[in-house]
Design a protein around this ligand. Structure first.
Ligand code: C2O
Ligand code: CU
Ligand code: CU
Length: 490
């Protein structure tokens, strides 16, 4: 998958600041990492830490004002890129939410085109979900309000406009949300935002020599997901992070359109995963490699001691067998971690993080099967033979009933399967128990080719016979292409 191009010294030197020396093929700028090992790439810019937005407490409601807007971003010095963002030019602030708080989000759409804002991972009424049915016309304000009922977790929010999600997320309509609760703040975990508790939004983008990053998937992108050749963290290409504490907590969000990342550190060091999509794992899970699909989150705690810089990389060769071409994602050096000479010693991780009961399959009301289907040559996708249609309710689920959803696919591409309005449990992959990484709360799970993934779902809080929630593949090109369905909870 490496491009047929030879790295020259000049390309390397110019990669950091100036743009004119960057190599380009077909009008697109080449990533300096292409054709050379990720460990040879200089990390020039510091990681940007998005501002935290804690909202304002008004009559016991925590109120946020968010504006979807167009902007101009500088990914390469001297080159301007048209982007979209939320209260900024690209991506959004990190929303800081608290379990139990009534929360209102005033979303003003100033994009010049219709949009939506979906609260990914949250338990909430269907009309507040921000899916394709809650379209915000240009110039309009949409003000969903709901109680934060989920446990402490790293969630996110993004555009979910019908047939235009991939395009708007690519442009930058996405952001991270962090929920705190009494349990999470009582634990001895790194929690100093931007110091030892770091939001890490992983994406990839491709840039033209003009600096623009047009959304242009083509057949390849519609089939594999639109995958860029530059890794971005919080909107910065391959940044570095100075760390002054012996441990750092990385709140990873795969905010890419179509890339399943195989994450590891360049020196192979082990790390502890402490949370999955829906919050804390029962106990820290030690590992040295983590697969993260679009939409998935993982919180890691990394011991940075050892006196050397190291990098968070995507290693496509680590993709499970059956992922076409390692999923088509290049080798990326996302983030260089630079420990200072003197590190403040951190407390050891708690042995127990939260109660995570064994999933209870004893009271399953029914099993539903979902087959994720790719269209031929980038044509219309479907689930169970039906492409997404706004006026079709595909499934009706009873509130409070436990169900098993059996998810599989019809082809050679892996699909991250996401369900709105719930945190579910992974029961098995082809009959095997999930890894410790997936043994907690999940809302998105990668379904590999030739795999049946069984999940235990339940909707306990809200009903609405009219308005549906979505389930879909979180490869946004697959979703926009029809790999999505609708369900109501009654
Ligand atoms: Cu993150 Cu239906 O989406
Ligand atoms: Cu969602
Ligand atoms: Cu898919």
């Amino acid at each position: 998958m490496r491009p047929p191009f030879k790295m020259t010294r000049r390309n390397i030197l110019m990669a950091g600041g100036a743009t004119l020396g960057l190599a380009a093929i077909g009008g697109y700028i080449l990533y300096p990492g292409q054709g050379m090992a990720a460990t040879d790439l200089a990390h020039i810019k510091p990681l940007a830490i998005p501002p935290q937005d804690t909202g304002n407490l008004v009559d016991n409601v925590r109120v946020f004002d968010l504006e979807l807007q167009k902007g101009t971003s500088t990914f390469f010095d001297g080159l301007e890129t048209d982007t979209m963002g939320i209260n900024g030019a690209y991506l959004g602030p990190v929303l800081r939410l608290r379990k139990g708080e009534e929360t209102r989000l005033n979303v003003t759409n100033s994009l010049g085109e219709a949009s939506t804002l979906h609260w990914h991972g949250f338990n909430l009424p269907a009309r507040m979900d921000g899916g394709p049915h809650q379209q915000i016309e240009d110039g309009e304000v949409w003000s969903p309000q709901f109680e934060i009922t989920d446990k402490a977790a790293t969630m996110w929010f993004h555009s979910h406009v019908f047939h235009g999600t991939a395009n708007q997320v690519w442009a930058g309509i996405a952001g991270m949300a962090i929920i705190d609760d009494a349990e999470s703040v009582a634990l001895d975990l790194p929690r100093d935002y931007g110091v030892d508790d770091i939001p890490v939004v992983l994406q990839d983008r491709s840039f033209q020599t003009s600096g623009q990053m047009p959304y242009d998937p083509g057949i390849g992108g519609r089939m594999m997901g639109m995958i860029g050749n530059f890794p971005l963290v919080n909107g910065v290409i391959s940044p570095y992070l100075d760390v002054r504490t012996s441990q750092v907590r990385l709140r990873l969000l795969n905010g890419s359109n179509g890339s399943i990342y195989q994450l590891e550190f360049s020196d192979g060091r082990a790390f502890s995963q402490i949370a999955s999509d829906g919050g804390l794992l029962g106990t820290p899970a030690e590992m040295n490699r983590l697969q993260l699909g679009p939409g998935e989150r993982a919180e890691l705690v990394v011991d940075v001691s050892g006196g050397k810089n190291f990098r968070l990389i995507n290693n496509p060769s680590a993709a499970p067998r059956g992922h076409m071409f390692g999923g088509g994602v290049p080798e990326f050096s996302f983030l260089e971690i630079r420990p200072s000479n003197r590190l403040t010693a951190a407390k050891p991780l708690p042995a127990k993080l939260t109660d995570m009961p064994v999933p209870d399959e004893s009271n399953v009301a029914r099993t539903r099967k979902f087959v994720l289907q790719m269209g031929m040559m980038g044509g219309e996708n479907s689930i169970n033979d039906l492409p997404m249609a706004l006026d079709v309710i595909n499934e009706v689920v009873k509130k409070g009933e436990t169900e098993i959803w059996e998810v599989s696919s019809n082809g050679m591409v892996a699909h991250p399967f996401h369900v709105h309005n719930t945190q579910y449990r992974v029961l098995s992959r082809n009959g095997r128990a999930p890894s410790p990484s997936e043994a907690g709360l999940k809302d998105t799970v990668v379904v590999n080719p030739n795999e049946v993934v069984r999940i235990l779902v339940r909707f306990d809080t809200y009903t609405d016979a009219e308005r549906p929630y979505m389930y879909h593949c979180h490869i946004l090109e697959h979703e926009d292409g029809g790999m999505m369905g609708q369900f109501t909870v009654v």
